[in-house]
Design a protein around this ligand. Structure first.
Ligand SMILES: Nc1ncnc2c1ncn2[C@@H]1O[C@H](COP(=O)(O)OP(=O)(O)O)[C@@H](O)[C@H]1O
Ligand SMILES: Cc1cn([C@H]2C[C@H](O)[C@@H](COP(=O)(O)OP(=O)(O)O)O2)c(=O)[nH]c1=O
Length: 216
């Protein structure tokens, strides 16, 4: 994997967790934060849409605004979220976990027919996470979970949305990998969330380990 960290970031580490609705993002983020706290890290859990003014607006408008306009709103929230919350915490040495980030921006608005190239251009300047986790799961399994939990948004009401979303996420993963992001794709169909969290924590611990670069 290719670790890319901006020089103005300080000592923190930034990880995003994305994946289809019902894949287990929120559940895994909770377990991951707990694990990392136990290991003594300063952990900050955040999510998109953010709790800031643009995130609230995006949330309020999602039922009625569609397509390019909504894509721009979510991207605007993302850039503002990075500047006002994520970067200051990274500078302070926090380990920041975001429940949804760029990958969601590349996927969700495609349900409204927005061109993936436009979505990439809109999002490509957002701060790169040190690790992008994409949760994958058998669409039939997550469709069942979604039915049990209840859909959270209008995109999940479309019949077959879990199957479509899985395809969109695979394409987003390819886009991110081609752009040099460090991506960890994790199948969560049968793996308990605690185990997924432990795998992600292992990757982060490896990133935090002092460089083993050989000198001389
Ligand atoms: N690995 C798993 N196995 C079984 N059920 C799970 C798993 N991960 C999550 N769930 C359940 O599936 C539902 C959706 O999980 P959630 O974390 O809200 O997903 P997301 O945030 O991706 O939409 C919840 O009821 C949760 O308890
Ligand atoms: C981050 C992001 C979220 N969204 C929307 C999808 C949902 O309506 C909402 C996130 O809802 P949420 O309740 O977090 O869904 P889930 O539990 O499945 O993660 O934000 C976008 O449309 N584009 C984006 O880029």
């Amino acid at each position: 994997m290719n670790l890319r960290t901006s020089s103005d970031r300080g000592r923190g580490l930034f990880v995003s967790v994305d994946g289809p609705g019902g894949a287990g993002k929120t559940t895994i983020v909770r377990h991951l934060a707990q694990l990392l706290l136990t290991e003594g890290h300063q952990v900050h859990v955040t999510a998109e849409p953010s709790s800031g003014p643009i995130g609230k607006l995006a949330c309020d408008l999602t039922p009625t605004v569609t397509g390019h306009a909504l894509a721009c709103l979510y991207a605007a929230d993302r850039y503002h979220h990075v500047e006002t919350e994520i970067k200051p915490l990274l500078k302070n040495g926090h380990l920041v976990i975001s429940d949804r980030y760029v990958a969601s921006g590349l996927v969700v608005q495609r349900f409204d027919g927005v061109d993936p190239v436009f979505l990439w251009q809109l999002n490509e300047e957002a701060e790169r996470p040190d690790l992008v986790v994409i949760l994958e799961a058998d669409p039939d399994v997550i469709a069942e979970r979604l039915e049990a939990r209840g859909p959270h948004n209008r995109f999940q009401h479309t019949p077959g949305s879990s199957h479509t979303e899985a395809v969109f996420y695979r394409q987003a993963t390819e886009t991110l990998e081609e752009a040099g992001f460090a991506v960890l794709a994790l199948d969560c169909s049968s793996r308990p969330p605690e185990q997924s969290a432990a795998i992600i924590a292992g990757e982060l611990t490896a990133l935090l380990a002092p460089s083993e670069a050989v000198s001389g």
